[in-house]
Design a protein around this ligand. Structure first.
Ligand SMILES: Cc1ncc(COP(=O)(O)O)c(C=O)c1O
Length: 448
């Protein structure tokens, strides 16, 4: 076996197959395999692979200007992308700060919130409230914000105590049998209010949440009224609301921003994956005029920065991705194809004895696997069912995004589907058929 010098995600066994090409929802490997990419990697490839308009935009920009440092220059693609994203000030978001991915976007969002309070004479506000079972990235600040036990555990001594965590808005696991949806929302809101009181309401900078929880819980939307209640609590206490739409944003749930379906808007938002669709590494912080004006009127600058801020080729790629989404009417398509995917999943897996829940919005769907549907008991985590499903799906030519720790960061298994917005109905059928087979293969392998 030839030795790969790439430090891969798994350091055991053979290195992963080499991907050599892509077209639409399909990925091609050097060994001849064709894989239907039903999760866009990790909810990234929203337009699928090798969209000609995006490829052309990258080529054009690379031929003109690949890089100019943002302390000297702006660039045409960065200006145009910012205009496209926040020129119409959606929900009051008026400025865009371009970084290279989701973790960088969350780090910048946290620092921007903190600096806002330093500039406005509230230096005591240094605490952030987030939620258990959330993921905000793997850099140390973002990891500290996240509430996912297994990702945090090895790095616990390095994680800031500026973050505390309240319950996730995760109905399948957290809503009590005697509670209505409204009761559940009220209980979660009361818990958040109590956390503000415990910390001292004037010590809290922001509440941080994913509108639809992605990787750690498997496409979990909040109960009705939850984000309205959260917004009201933040406003009452003068704290900011930071929404992490790195995974669920940029059209994934059927609206450009997931918060549009909640009747609220954040003060600061992080986006990434669907922004550039994987064509270039790019993320962004979208910030309200209130926040940016405070920085401008105070020290006059956001005290942050990276070498590759607003990279021209990355911005050109993201601009082309966003134009394609608009020109090809893909938000409506996400809604329609998302409903079809949900229907097909329900037909194939709704009565499966080991499928506890099928959930999500748009083309962002999670399937939670359970040992016992009646009790919702998860499988023994030592069985690593999620990894078995991933391997079985890949063997059937399907890329999906399973993960463990769904219940509490240790127990539980789910599969996340986030196919490209351009997935065709017959490709949805293929994906669901292969996934159903893979789940059956994986469960059968437990007996062996
Ligand atoms: C909600 C959320 N926030 C942040 C991140 C981190 O993004 P990245 O992996 O680009 O650093 C992710 C990645 O999966 C995510 O899902």
């Amino acid at each position: 076996m030839t030795i790969s010098r790439v430090l891969h995600r798994s350091l055991r066994g053979a290195p992963p197959p080499v991907a050599t090409g892509g077209h639409g929802v399909w990925l091609q490997a050097a060994d001849g395999r064709r894989v239907l990419d039903a999760s866009g990697g990790a909810a990234v490839s929203c337009l699928g692979h090798q969209h000609p308009k995006v490829v052309a935009a990258i080529q054009l920009q690379a031929g003109r200007l690949a890089y100019a440092h943002t302390s000297f220059f702006s660039s045409e693609p960065a200006e145009a992308l910012a205009d496209a994203l926040v020129g119409h000030e959606p929900g009051g978001l008026a400025y865009a700060y371009f970084v290279s991915g989701g973790s960088e976007a969350m780090e910048a969002a946290l620092k921007m919130a903190r600096q806002y309070f330093v500039e406005t004479g509230q230096p005591g506000r240094g605490h952030f409230i987030a939620r258990r079972q959330s993921y905000h990235g793997n850099t140390l600040g973002a990891l500290a914000a996240g509430g996912n036990a297994w990702r945090r555990a090895p790095y616990a001594p390095l994680l800031s105590h500026a973050f505390s965590h309240v319950s996730p808005a995760f109905a399948y696991r957290e809503q009590r049998a005697a509670e209505t949806e409204a009761d559940f929302t009220a209980r979660l809101a009361a818990e958040l209010e109590a956390e503000f009181q415990r910390l001292g309401p004037d010590q809290v900078a922001a509440f941080v949440a994913e509108p639809v929880v992605g990787a750690t819980a498997g496409c979990v939307p909040a109960p009705a009224g939850y984000f309205r209640a959260v917004r009201a609590i933040c406003d009452r206490h003068g704290a900011l609301l930071i929404l992490d739409e790195v995974m669920c944003g940029m059209g994934r749930t059927g609206t450009l921003h997931a918060w549009e379906q909640e009747g609220i808007a954040p003060d600061i938002q992080a986006v990434a994956k669907g922004l550039g669709g994987g064509y270039q590494p790019i993320g962004a912080v979208l910030a309200s005029a209130r926040v940016v004006d405070a920085l401008r009127d105070g020290s006059g600058a956001f005290q942050h920065g990276h070498t590759y801020l607003a990279h021209p080729v990355a911005c050109a790629a993201a601009l082309a991705v966003q134009e394609v989404i608009r020109e090809e009417g893909l938000l409506a398509q996400v809604q329609a194809r998302g409903a079809l995917l949900d229907q097909r999943l329900t037909e194939r897996l709704g009565n499966h004895r080991h499928v506890g829940d099928i959930r999500g919005r748009g083309l962002f769907r999670g399937i939670e696997l359970v040992a016992d549907r009646a009790t919702k008991a998860p499988f023994d985590p030592a069985l690593k069912l999620h990894a078995r499903v991933k391997a079985a799906a890949f063997a059937r030519g399907l890329g999906c995004y399973p993960a463990g720790g769904t219940v509490d960061g240790v127990q539980g298994d789910h599969i996340l589907l986030a196919p490209p917005y351009i997935i065709a109905p017959d490709e949805i059928d293929i994906a669901v058929d292969r996934l159903g087979g893979a789940i059956d293969d994986a469960i059968a392998s437990l007996a062996a």
